[in-house]
Design a protein around this ligand. Structure first.
Ligand code: ADE
Length: 229
């Protein structure tokens, strides 16, 4: 098994890269890929940069160039569900693209022909996450994560996404990674720690909590790698 661990921003992967043994940095396609090992697993870590296009590029490279056969995403998200507070963890049962819109042609939001609105993540990896959470006494919410090329800092948009997609949290990369992994038959998992509530304070909260929430998510992902058989 060769495990890809992806984030979108440096803060999301730095705590992971810091724990790798046998580190080797490969520069490719205007990005850095951190090869190494962790608890006997071969891993390749990278941050994509923000948004669906960069996430698609990085996930594809991790699989096609580096030969990763499992992908774990770690990072932060804005909360939609009122259950979720800053620092809480959510795992995606499935993911959708909230900004994909060809409703003018009678299609539902988030759908394009030959695609699907929701892409489900790997059930076995979600089970590993639940096992880790229970060992650590942590609450893990499982739900729908909505992805789009927008930083949402607006109650109205947040509620629209929540209602339209029954989404619990939102971010800017997860569904892109899901589409890549699903097409290439690679089991994947998306974990996010909440950094803000996607409301008018979101920009301020994001800056304040990015590092701490990213670290919560990264530490959890490392514990999962220790548990993966
Ligand atoms: N990631 C973390 N918070 C976010 C927000 N409010 N909008 C989009 N992506 C996010």
């Amino acid at each position: 098994m060769k495990i890809a661990i992806m984030g979108a921003m440096p803060e999301e992967v730095e705590p992971i890269v810091a724990k790798l043994d046998n580190l080797n940095v490969v520069e490719y396609a205007e990005n850095k890929y951190y090869e190494g090992s962790y608890h006997g697993h071969e891993v390749v870590v990278a941050y994509s940069k923000i948004g669906k296009v960069f996430a698609t590029l990085t996930a594809t490279i991790l699989i096609e160039k580096f030969g990763c056969d499992t992908l774990l995403f770690s990072g932060v998200a804005g909360a939609i569900s009122p259950d979720l507070k800053v620092g809480d963890l959510i795992i995606a049962k499935s993911l959708c693209q909230h900004d994909l819109d060809i409703t003018a042609f009678g299609h539902p939001y988030g759908y394009v022909p030959e695609g699907e609105v929701y892409v489900a993540s790997d059930e076995k990896l979600r089970e590993v996450a639940k096992q880790v959470a229970s060992q650590k006494g942590l609450t893990l919410k499982e739900g729908i994560i909505a992805t789009g090329d927008q930083f949402v800092a607006n109650e109205e948009r947040k509620h629209w996404i929540g209602e339209t997609f029954k989404a619990d949290a939102l971010e800017m990369e997860g569904a892109a990674v899901a589409v890549v992994c699903s097409a290439l038959n690679v089991p994947f998992f998306v974990l996010r720690a909440i950094s803000d509530a996607a409301d008018m304070d979101a920009g301020f909260d994001f800056d304040k909590f990015l590092e701490s929430s990213a670290k919560i998510s990264a530490d959890f992902i490392l514990s999962m790698v220790e548990e993966i058989q």
